[in-house]
Design a protein around this ligand. Structure first.
Ligand code: UD1
Length: 417
């Protein structure tokens, strides 16, 4: 059990070097098995989910090592196409190995993935699309077996721009005969990052970042180097923390455009924000105002992953804010915990109404999931007295050395394992 011990009320000041993106790294790690390629990946965060992906790669027969923030993979030989349940259930992204294995081995055997409990998380869009590419899929109890003698490129229309389904199709389609066109594709920066890796890996792919992605064939590439982009959700979390407690921080190494919707609401709440090159400067007096309506949406809309941390930042904001969650059905699990700090939040269906309170009071909280846990840390930083966040390891799935990063900004935070 991790215990985060936070003494709130200290302003955050200084430079934060934002870690590499977990959600960009994971599909790229899966993509690394498409060919007999040696990949050197830089700026990969050291996280539980990354570790799980590396263990899957080694299980499949690859050499995969992480040293600090550098990962090297040699996918010269892939000897297995099945992923054991224990490895699958460590994280949601393990499902992306389905498209990659199908492309490399013509077969993938796995069971439904794990990950945060945010409500129903079906993979029907992934399976439908792979079937349309020519895969035969049997769902036998808890095991999913995909086989493809020959994948055929086709035009696929996603009824919802699922990030994972778009990634899975992009990977499987690299082995298809002819072009695959994904209409209604997810447009997240992580999709653009996957395209950029795939191009280096010899894949003919274009359109990522728009709603139409086109994938052609792949030629063998021996060796490549790729740098993982900065994590826009971690950047958003630090921005929300500084906004809530007050201070002046520089987020360095980020693409400001990747989290501009989050910055937009922080500006509306009263923060001064300046973006230049790969930095964002945020200054806050710690006295925010409510922002009215916020609605989570697929990119370029407001990200669902930043919803809990924005909520935490708004708990003391004068006036009213309403956050509507449209992506996941159960993404307000942080709310009962935040209320225990004295927050005034009313839930009605998929909306949470927040009335800012004068002060929050530290207490003991239980992290419910990755981003919900991060929200509790943000709220703890803005609360009076001591907050303990007890966590079974959710936060470490997505935040690298987060306690040290916050301490470097002057926060009074320590993490006991
Ligand atoms: C990815 C991110 C996650 C983020 C989410 C939405 C990674 C590792 N995770 O998750 O942090 O919160 O995007 O931005 O990148 N859906 C279906 N059927 C499917 C697939 C999805 O109904 O086959 C639904 C899901 O239940 C959910 C919504 O679509 O309600 C969004 O899911 P999706 O975009 O696929 O998210 P993930 O790829 O799982």
């Amino acid at each position: 059990m991790d215990i985060w011990r936070i003494r709130g009320g200290r302003r955050l000041e200084g430079v934060c070097f934002v870690q590499g993106s977990k959600n960009a790294s994971l599909p790229i790690l899966a993509a690394s098995i498409l060919g007999k390629t040696e990949s050197e990946l830089q700026n990969v965060p050291q996280l539980r989910d990354i570790d799980a992906a590396l263990r899957i790669l080694r299980h499949l027969g690859c050499e995969a090592e992480q040293r600090d923030n550098e990962v090297t993979i040699n996918a010269g030989s892939v000897t297995r196409s099945a992923i054991p349940r224990k490895l699958m259930q460590e994280m949601r992204s393990s499902v992306i190995f389905m498209g990659a294995l199908l492309a490399r081995c013509g077969e993938a055997r796995l069971c439904p993935p794990g990950g945060c409990q945010l409500g129903r998380r079906p993979i029907d869009l992934h399976l439908d699309a792979l079937r349309r590419l020519g895969a035969e899929i049997e769902e036998d109890g808890d095991e999913i077996v995909c086989r493809a003698h020959r994948l055929r490129g086709t035009v696929l229309a996603l009824p919802f721009p699922s990030v994972g389904a778009t990634e899975n199709i992009m990977l499987a389609a690299t082995a298809a005969k002819g072009e695959t066109v994904i209409r209604g594709a997810a447009r997240e920066p992580e999709i653009v990052a996957l395209q950029s890796y795939l191009r280096k890996a010899g894949v003919d792919v274009r359109g990522a970042g728009t709603d139409t992605v086109v994938i052609g064939g792949r030629r063998e590439v021996q060796r490549l180097t790729h740098r993982i982009l900065a994590d826009r959700i971690v950047a958003s979390t630090v921005a929300c923390a500084a906004a809530a407690v007050g201070g002046s921080v520089e987020l360095r190494g980020v693409e400001p455009g990747h989290f501009s919707t989050v910055l937009h609401f922080l500006k509306q709440a009263g923060c001064d924000i300046m973006c230049k090159n790969r930095s964002v400067w945020l200054r806050s007096g710690g006295e925010l105002k409510g922002v009215g309506e916020v609605r989570t949406e697929p990119y370029p809309g407001f990200p669902t992953d930043a919803q809990p941390v924005l909520m935490a930042a708004l708990l003391r904001a004068r006036g009213r804010s309403v956050i509507t969650e449209t992506i996941f059905e159960n993404r307000f699990r942080q709310v009962p915990e935040l209320r225990r700090l004295g927050a005034d939040i009313t839930l009605a269906g998929q909306s949470a109404e927040i009335w800012g309170v004068d002060s929050l009071h530290g207490t003991v909280l239980n992290a419910t999931d990755l981003r919900g846990g991060a929200a509790m840390i943000v709220a703890g930083l803005a609360a009076e007295g001591q907050t303990l966040v007890c966590d079974e390891g959710h936060i470490r799935r997505g935040y690298e050395s987060f306690d040290a990063r916050l301490r470097a900004l002057g926060a009074d935070v320590c993490l006991d394992h």
